[in-house]
Design a protein around this ligand. Structure first.
Ligand code: EPZ
Length: 430
């Protein structure tokens, strides 16, 4: 079982290139099978989640050709199976995007029903409500969602909650329905817009992505395209907080600064200096951070996927901070790991009160989930002692070359797989 071992204490300094957005890529890879022509996708992050999605697509017969590390060609004309097995869903929930994609293209799909995960119970009722509104029969049979329609027809749909997943999934099916679909109270995240732009580049007619209302005029078929995925604002934000927490000076490159507004605003609140240019943001932190209050919200609010990263910063900031998590019910578990490093935290329901401490102490901790794991690495980098992080498979789901990028900024972090390697690291840094 691989672990990260970290010797903290160095400010992170330098420049880091940000890759393509994982959560946009997952929607785009599913949408790519909706044409029988060949689609070329560039700036694809090479992370476990996108690789499992590619396996799922290849598993139903689509032709997947890796052109290079970040470029893939997909051809959906060879699909022979409309059934996505539980093995894929278990590894990545987002393989349920194939439900919307297959239903739109073939009017039928069977996808294993995803369960909950480490961050919450994660219902999918809004996805199913959307497919039914488009005229599909949707049943849950033996742990599977079976969706089928003679005709998909445009509809007027109001989502009960703002959901990224249902917005993308239903948008894909509606892109090939007969007539016009209007979806209200939709998610406005940059990756929703990116999936809509991708579908439009294939000939779909989707307007309004990025606002509260998306209007889709269904088309009969989609065609080939070449498309480059937007930069990952959560990867960027993670490195920006790594700079803040280690009192460093880091420039994240190849980003869209607008997508980082909420993160930048909070970094300024806690005392960082920010310099923005067209496609880069520099974060300088040269003094102790100060406290603030933060509540996670759908975009353009502060992202839940950046909650653990700010949590680590606030645990070291001067004064008393609060965090309210309003998206997922189980996204505070990392705070118990931070407490093992000396943080002073009280959790009540979906709120955490954090009394900043001056220092953490090294400990052996567990990554728990993707963003929590990345945030705990940042905590380790801010700690004088040695931190060992278990279960780094979660981090590898969504961060490409994470330890290499941190090393390039001066972070002392290594991936180890045995007690012998841990001892070697200890000797090297002592
Ligand atoms: C997406 O998950 C992201 N995943 C998550 O990123 C991210 O945390 C989340 O959006 C919120 O921004 C992908 O894009 C692949 P939602 P998703 O549907 O689509 C409730 C990461 O670390 N809800 O916007 O599953 C739900 O319970 C991951 O990269 C319903 O009630 O999130 C939640 O409270 C983790 N019914 C809220 O909506 C539904 O049918 C928002 O969830 C669907 C969702």
């Amino acid at each position: 079982m691989e672990q990260y071992i970290i010797k903290g204490g160095n400010p992170l300094v330098g420049e880091v290139e940000i890759g393509g957005a994982k959560n946009a890529a997952l929607g785009i890879l599913a949408a790519a099978i909706m044409t029988d022509e060949t689609v070329l996708i560039d700036n694809m992050p090479d992370v476990n989640d996108t690789n499992v999605m590619l396996e799922a697509i290849a598993g139903i017969g689509a032709t997947v050709q890796r052109v290079d590390r970040h470029t893939v060609k997909i051809n959906g004309s060879t699909i022979r199976d409309l059934n996505i097995e539980y093995d894929y869903i278990k590894k990545i929930r987002a393989s349920y995007y194939l439900l919307g994609a297959l239903l739109g293209k073939y009017r039928r799909a069977e996808v294993a029903l995803p369960g909950g995960c480490n961050i919450g119970s994660r219902p999918i009722d809004q996805h199913l409500k959307g497919f039914r509104a488009l005229g599909a029969d949707v049943d849950i049979e033996r742990g599977k969602i079976v969706a089928e329609a003679d005709h998909l027809r445009g509809t007027h749909l109001y989502f009960d909650v703002v959901t990224v997943g249902a917005t993308i999934n239903v948008m894909m099916a509606a892109a090939m329905a007969d007539g016009v679909t209007i979806m209200e109270n939709v998610a406005k995240e940059p990756h929703v817009v990116d999936v809509a732009n991708f579908l439009n580049s294939m000939g779909a007619n989707i307007r309004g992505a990025g606002t509260d209302v998306i209007r889709i005029r269904g088309v009969r078929s989609l065609h080939k395209t070449e498309y480059s995925i937007i930069p990952d604002q959560i990867e960027a934000g993670t490195f920006m907080f790594a700079a803040a927490v280690t009192r460093g000076d880091v420039t994240v490159k190849n980003v869209i600064p607008k997508h980082l507004d909420a993160t930048i605003s909070k970094l300024i609140d806690i005392g960082c200096e920010i310099q923005e240019s067209d496609d880069a943001v520099r974060v300088v932190a040269n003094k102790r951070l100060h406290c603030t209050h933060v509540k996670t919200l759908p975009y353009p609010g502060y992202p839940t996927d950046m909650q653990p990263q700010i949590g680590v910063a606030l645990a070291l900031a001067k004064g008393t901070s609060t965090i309210t998590e309003s998206i997922f019910e189980n996204r505070f578990k990392y705070l118990d790991e931070l407490a093992r490093m000396g943080a002073n935290i009280k959790i009540e329901g979906n709120s955490a009160t954090i009394e900043g401490v001056k220092k953490f102490s090294g400990a052996r901790i567990s990554a728990l989930d993707l963003r929590a794991g990345a945030a705990l690495c940042i905590a380790g980098l801010a700690t004088d002692g040695i931190t060992i992080i278990d279960d780094i498979k979660y981090i590898q789901r969504g961060y490409e070359r994470f330890e290499e990028k941190l090393q390039s900024l001066g972070g002392v972090i290594e991936r180890v797989a045995s007690e012998k390697e841990i001892q070697k690291f200890r000797l090297k840094v002592s």
